[in-house]
Design a protein around this ligand. Structure first.
Ligand code: DGI
Ligand code: FE
Ligand code: FE
Ligand code: FE
Length: 187
């Protein structure tokens, strides 16, 4: 599917506000890809599709994850994590994306994972800091992103973890592993 058709289809899957977020992630992911040496076209593709399933009914998201057969453990954790895994499956199945790095950037954009590629980090960070994002600490993340992909991403995960702890929510183990690995990468 060409880029224009892809954008049109994704736009129809979500409310206006989420589409504006998607445009922000696209713009930011390309800037970060250029800055930190990832493929700009792949960053753009992953960004277009990263939240494609965000507004699907959760059961439909769960079905997509079961159908994919990948990492179904996520189904026993917070539903907010599901759209990323469902999205990667839909990207491959419906949008005919075959590039594993692009699919992984979609699949792990929420939780992260150990050994993230530069593209995966770029998309995950772009999701945290696109111009429409406004949460405590976002400006610090943007400042760190001027020079360090890992430091900025670590600050992003720290803010997510603080939020989850403060709300008394469970934490998906991969999120903890991701944070630990980013700290090691900085040593
Ligand atoms: O889809 P977006 O809103 O653009 O952002 P996202 O895909 O990064 O979703 C993040 C949400 O997922 C955030 O509000 C926190 C929630 N969440 C719930 N459990 C976990 C989690 N995020 C992570 N990283 N790890 C969790 O265990
Ligand atoms: Fe998301
Ligand atoms: Fe995120
Ligand atoms: Fe997003």
């Amino acid at each position: 599917m060409n880029r224009e058709e892809m954008m049109k289809t994704v736009k129809e899957e979500m409310p206006e506000k989420r589409w504006r977020h998607t445009l922000g992630v696209m713009e930011t992911a390309v800037i970060l890809a250029r800055r930190f040496g990832a493929d700009e076209e792949k960053a753009d593709r992953a960004a277009i599709l990263h939240d494609v399933c965000k507004y699907w009914p959760v059961e439909k998201q769960a079905d997509a994850i079961r159908e994919s057969g990948f990492q179904t453990d996520v189904l026993s954790f917070d539903k907010e994590l599901w759209h990323a895994h469902a999205g990667a499956w839909i990207a491959s199945d419906r949008f005919d994306v075959k590039d594993e790095d692009v699919l992984n950037a979609i699949r792990y954009h929420t939780s992260g994972r150990e050994n993230m590629s530069t593209l995966e980090k770029v998309v995950c960070l772009a999701d945290y800091m696109e111009p429409g994002r406004d949460f405590p600490g976002v400006d610090k993340i943007r400042e760190l992103a001027e020079t360090s992909l890992e430091r900025a991403l670590l600050a992003g995960f720290d803010s997510t973890l603080s939020f989850l702890l403060q709300k008394g929510r469970r934490v998906y183990p991969l999120t903890v592993l991701t944070r630990n690995r980013l700290i090691l990468e900085l040593d």
